[in-house]
Design a protein around this ligand. Structure first.
Ligand SMILES: Nc1ncnc2c1ncn2[C@@H]1O[C@H](COP(=O)(O)OP(=O)(O)O)[C@@H](O)[C@H]1O
Ligand SMILES: O=C(O)C[C@@H](O)[C@H](O)C(=O)COP(=O)(O)O
Length: 335
């Protein structure tokens, strides 16, 4: 059963709004940042990663965002274009703002962290006047990401984009993407996350992200209770991710749907959520069941956690299918 009506006859399958950044991933893995000497540069930022993932899967994509007027900003735009992503609504900052940097520390396959440099970043300076209604009007699906709600004017730009999406009938997906360092308080974060969630058809987040939104401590809230709140608003599907333990989705009809993670030779854990989102959304857009879409997302995530990058490692549909088949045949086992 298709739980999510996707509009037909639109020029673009998928439009994402939010940050375009740089990931600098440690080359010398399995050691702390203090001892890491070299990094490889990739395009990063959760919504950028998801958009790149969708493009690799063969979808027609566009991005709404703002980049710094520097070498990093130009690198990002060029990478998006090489990946077939329309950049006509990627604007360049003229105020001297910088590109956000994420240095990744890979201490072990399970102990990873990110050191963010995000003072005066261009992505949070996106203005309402810079969002083109025509970009949103062309989209079947709009993806928003929570970090863009952290500050004005980007916050208002996202809310305006949500209005445009509603007006033009796009399906709206919210990846919570909670990054505490971008926000000033949990209370402020929860207010804006809740306001945005009320307007979305699909909400995807980790258990910890939903706990933050609901202002509960870890373990106080169960997944079904969390999900059920949103069905009285706009939501059709709520997905709660549990890392290697897999994921659970709830649908408006009260059903739950689960997916296990796939075995993987894990290099680092970040990028799991972004690749999962791309695979999952791809499945939903093809009218697959929620379970099959979750399985596809989990397959994409297993590939990305086994790779050094997030964006550059985003797989094609054939690669995901092949990975899943090989796991089911017992050809791929956990490390
Ligand atoms: N160690 C892992 N091995 C294989 N798959 C994983 C692993 N960690 C996460 N995944 C997959 O990625 C999905 C999303 O991961 P999760 O860690 O919950 O999200 P996020 O990266 O947003 O924190 C999981 O549901 C699972 O399918
Ligand atoms: O989102 C960022 O700014 C950093 C990402 O590019 C990064 O690689 C990452 O953290 C991926 O997030 P995840 O998929 O939620 O693990």
């Amino acid at each position: 059963m298709a739980y999510l009506p996707i509009p037909e006859g639109k020029e673009l399958d998928f439009v994402a709004i939010g940050r375009l950044c740089i990931d600098l991933n440690a080359n010398e893995i399995n050691r702390p940042m203090e001892e890491t000497m070299t990094f490889t540069k990739y395009v990063g930022g959760s919504p950028a990663n998801i958009c790149i993932g969708m493009s690799r899967l063969g979808m027609r994509t566009s991005f709404i965002g703002k980049v710094a007027d520097d070498q990093m900003g130009r690198f990002i735009v060029s990478y998006l274009e090489k990946n077939g992503i329309d950049t006509s609504n990627v604007v360049t900052d003229r105020t001297g703002a910088v590109t956000g940097l994420a240095f990744t520390e890979i201490k072990s396959p399970t102990d990873c962290s990110i050191l963010m440099y995000r003072d005066n970043v261009a992505d949070l300076l996106l203005e309402t006047s810079e969002v083109l209604e025509e970009t949103v009007a062309k989209a079947k699906v709009l993806l928003i990401s929570g970090t863009a709600l952290a500050k004005s004017p980007s916050r208002e730009a996202v809310f305006l984009t949500l209005d445009y999406a509603k007006k033009h009938g796009a399906t709206i997906i919210f990846d919570l993407d909670y990054r505490p360092y971008t926000w000033t308080s949990k209370e402020e974060t929860a207010i804006y996350y809740n306001l945005a969630s009320e307007k979305c058809d699909v909400i995807i987040g980790t258990r910890e992200e939903f706990d933050m939104m609901e202002q509960f401590e870890k373990g106080q809230r169960d997944d079904r209770t969390t999900a059920s709140k949103w069905f009285s608003y706009q939501a059709k599907i709520v997905v709660i991710k549990h890392g290697k333990e897999g994921s659970i989705a709830y649908t408006q009809d009260g059903e739950s749907h689960t997916a296990n993670s796939f075995p993987a030779k894990v290099i680092k854990t970040f990028g799991a959520g972004d690749s999962y989102a791309a695979g999952f959304i791809y499945g939903l857009m093809h009218g697959w069941t929620v379970e099959k879409s979750m399985e596809f997302g989990s397959g994409a995530a297993a590939i990305v956690v086994s790779s050094h990058s997030c964006s550059d490692a985003m797989p094609t549909a054939e690669q995901v299918q092949d990975y899943i088949t090989r796991c089911k045949n017992g050809e791929i086992t956990a490390s």
